[in-house]
Every structure is written in C-alpha cells, then in structure tokens.
Design a protein around this ligand. Structure first.
Ligand code: ATP
Length: 303
C-alpha cells in the first residue's frame, strides 16, 4: 500500500467543525446477539436522539472474499468527538471494515459515510480530514524521517509544525535517520506521525501500540489522550483490551463480521455479568462474548 492511500493530506484543524468537544452518547438500550453455537446476550448499546450527521456512519455493510464473509451487515455510528474502540478476535473483520472506512475497499452492499462523504468515491475530499494509521504501512525507505514528514506536512493546510510532530511521537532523536533503519516500533510511531500530520478531525488507528515497548506505549497513549481531549474523533482498532478501556468512551465488539456488542466498557462488563456471573473485567467479557475463553484446565486425575 502506498503512502498516499495509507495516510492523508489536507487540513481540519481544531475548530474547523470536524471535531467539537467530546460528546459520548449515554443511555442503555439493547442489542440481541444470536449465533448457532453461543448463547444470546443482551447488551446495552448507546441510545437517545441521534444527530443528523455523525463523524462515521456505517449501515448494513457486507463484504465477501470468495467463500468468506468478512462483514455481514455491519452498522456503526461514531459521533463527532467520540472515541470508539473496535475489538474482535482474529478474523472478525476489523481490518476489512477499516479498509472500507478509509476507501481502500468497496463494500458489496451497505453504505459508509465519513464526515458525510463516501470514502471510496470521495477520497480526495477526505484527504487531510481523516488521518489513518494502518498496520504494515510502507513508506519511502530512502528518505529520512524528517524528509518524509516534511513531505506529508506539505499536503496539509493546518499541519503540526515538524518539531511538534516529531515530539508528539517521540521521534525527535531519529529525525535524521533513514526510514529503512528504523526499528519496528519507531516505524509504527512514524506511521502515527503521518496520520496526525494534518490535525485530522477523524483518526483511524489500527493497532496503535503493537510492537511498542512498555515505555513507548505509555507515552503514545498519553499523547493520544491529549489528542482525544482536543475533540478528535477516534476509531481505535485493537487487540489490547486495556488500551481500549483506557482510551475509549465506547466499545464495538465485532465477531464473525457482525457487531455483537456496542456499549461503554463499564456497561459492557455489567451486562455481560448478568449472563456470565464470573465476568468482572473487560477482558473476561471479551472472552465470554466471543466464545474465545480457553477451556478450563483439566486435572488428569479427574479423567
Ligand atoms: N484479501 C482477502 N482475501 C480473502 N479473504 C480475506 C481477505 N482479507 C480478509 N479476508 C478474510 O476475511 C475475514 C476477516 O479478515 P480481517 O482481516 O478483516 O479480520 P481482522 O478482524 O482484522 O483479523 P486480525 O485481528 O487477525 O487482524 C477473515 O476470515 C480473513 O481470512
């Protein structure tokens, strides 16, 4: 995937209307879940009056790859300024959904609107208004970090100054290093810098801190908190339940290409506990709801 598709140019700084203050939607409702091999679970889902124009609106989206259904009718709404975590087991459809959200894949059916635009059709118009950090992004290896960031900064109307951007992702000391010489974690932070360069109103982060050491992870999370508190809408795709719990207002749980839960972290655990009394943590709720909990240890002497 090239840089231009991985990351965006343009503008949308704070105060342009793309990201008013954070405004998570309160209030319980229910979502039913039925699968052939698991119990039906009722979970709270946000409710209440919905504004006309959300930052991200996904409606009835399906995507098939030959005999695999990656997305099977996904509905998702992310309000302006909301921070939503997208969780799900391997193969749940998270990356496929992200690819559709950033215009890299067209759904077979359903509609997607990001800031009111169709990401597949209106990619140019969304450049700079949506920042995207994808797993495994590929950049121009021969450029230095500074050169690459200067290039991306030039795409935007109201970008971060270079020094601020480098500091934001802890790469000041690596500004003169060629991209090919970066470690995996440094490369990941460079991808984040590129996603952030134009101060986007909507940020899609796919595995924000995968591959980062604990110190780098903590620093990046603190910085994302700052960006979140400025009112940026964030969709955070992650396997890291702790990270999602810390950063997100709401969690959308995807399994087998379907949304099986949509609730605040606390509401999700509480609702899950009603059917799985042992569940006390988000980790536990994830395992119970997705049916991925390991089988209890069996004592051979019992057999
Ligand atoms: N290009 C493709 N061709 C065929 N099948 C695909 C393709 N991309 C994804 N799939 C399939 O679609 C399903 C969803 O994959 P996807 O990568 O979206 O899941 P994911 O939730 O991101 O998984 P992970 O957590 O492992 O990254 C999987 O069954 C996967 O094998």
């Amino acid at each position: 995937m090239d840089d231009s598709t991985t990351h965006t140019a343009g503008h949308a700084a704070a105060g342009t209307g793309d990201h008013p203050p954070r405004n998570p939607r309160p209030g319980p409702a229910t979502t039913n879940r039925t699968t052939a091999n698991r119990t039906t679970t009722k979970l709270p889902t946000p409710s209440g009056p919905t504004p006309v124009d959300a930052a991200i609106e996904v409606s009835g989206v399906t995507k098939r790859f030959r005999d695999t259904t990656a997305l099977a009718g996904v509905d998702l709404r992310v309000e302006h300024g909301e921070v939503v975590g997208l969780l799900g087991p391997n193969g749940a459809g998270k990356s496929t959904l992200v690819a559709a959200l950033v215009g890299l894949r067209r759904p077979d059916a359903g509609t997607i609107r990001v800031l009111g635009l169709d990401p597949a059709r209106d990619r140019q118009a969304l450049r700079g208004r949506v920042g995207v950090q994808l797993q495994g992004a590929v950049f121009h290896d021969a450029l230095t970090v500074r050169e690459l960031l200067v290039l991306h900064i030039a795409f935007h109307d109201a970008p971060y100054p270079l020094d601020e951007l480098l500091d934001l992702v802890d790469l000041t000391a690596k500004a003169g290093t060629r991209v090919e010489r970066l470690s995996g974690g440094q490369h990941q932070r460079l991808a984040l810098a590129i996603a952030l360069a134009g101060r986007p109103g909507v940020l899609v982060l796919d595995e924000l801190s995968t591959g980062l050491d604990p110190g780098a992870r903590a620093r990046i999370r603190t910085r994302i908190e700052r960006i979140r508190d400025d009112g940026t809408t964030i969709l955070l795709v992650s396997h890291d339940v702790e990270e999602v719990e810390r950063l997100c207002d709401r969690i959308v749980l995807l399994d087998d290409g379907r949304v099986i839960a949509d609730a605040s972290p606390t509401a999700l655990v509480d609702a899950c506990r009603a059917e799985h009394p042992g569940v006390t943590t988000l980790d536990g709720a994830f395992l119970a709801l997705t049916g991925t909990a390991p089988a209890p240890d069996t004592d051979p002497e019992d057999e």
